[in-house]
Ligand binder design. Structure first.
Ligand SMILES: Cc1cc2nc3c(=O)[nH]c(=O)nc-3n(C[C@H](O)[C@H](O)[C@H](O)COP(=O)(O)O)c2cc1C
Length: 159
């Protein structure tokens, strides 16, 4: 039976927690795309924002998810400068041909910036996500879990 694949990138852990909720709801596990660029401290933050807004693809540790058996692929990321974050960009470029024909979900978390901007950025650089979800870092746990559950249900489309 076809499965769902869940990948995420995170700097401070919010995207990981969300990816794990979504993965649990989809009966799978979440795989981290390791960001190999130092992102801590002021310079790490500034570099992250610069690389995101200039559409950089930065070095990653690829979790090597087997996408052949997946019919749904979920990508979870924080919003940096309203953009696709560099480690996710690298992963998407590396796996573009494997993603063709699959149902794609994008789920983001931010401090409050307009999520529609990142949805549009994702669509113009890569593909139109079939399902899009978003929470704010400050949302309660209950709101976040409900958003993850809705998203998982929507990407599975009644499966
Ligand atoms: C470089 C950088 C740029 C950011 N840009 C935005 C932004 O444009 N809008 C926003 O609402 N939050 C922005 N944030 C905040 C993150 O999206 C937010 O803290 C998120 O919860 C972090 O997720 P993580 O714990 O998975 O790394 C930015 C954070 C960083 C590090």
């Amino acid at each position: 039976m076809a499965e769902a694949a869940v990948v995420y990138a995170t700097r401070t852990g919010n995207s990981r927690a969300l990816a794990e909720h979504i993965a649990l709801a989809l009966g799978t596990r979440a795989f981290r795309i390791e960001d190999r660029v130092p992102r801590s401290g002021l310079w790490g933050y500034v570099r992250a924002g610069f690389q995101a807004s200039t559409k950089k693809a930065s070095p990653i540790g690829d979790p090597g998810v087997d996408l052949r058996t997946a019919d749904r692929v979920v990508i979870v990321q924080p919003i940096w400068a309203s953009s696709v974050v560099p480690p996710i960009r690298t992963w998407l470029l590396a796996h573009a041909s494997e993603l063709v024909g699959k149902r794609i979900g994008l789920f983001t978390v931010s401090k409050g910036g307009d999520p529609e901007l990142v949805r549009k950025a994702f669509e113009s650089e890569f593909m139109r996500p079939d399902v899009f979800g978003h929470v704010m870092e400050s949302d309660t746990q209950a709101v976040k879990e409900a958003a993850c559950a809705r998203f998982a249900e929507e990407i599975s489309g009644g499966r």
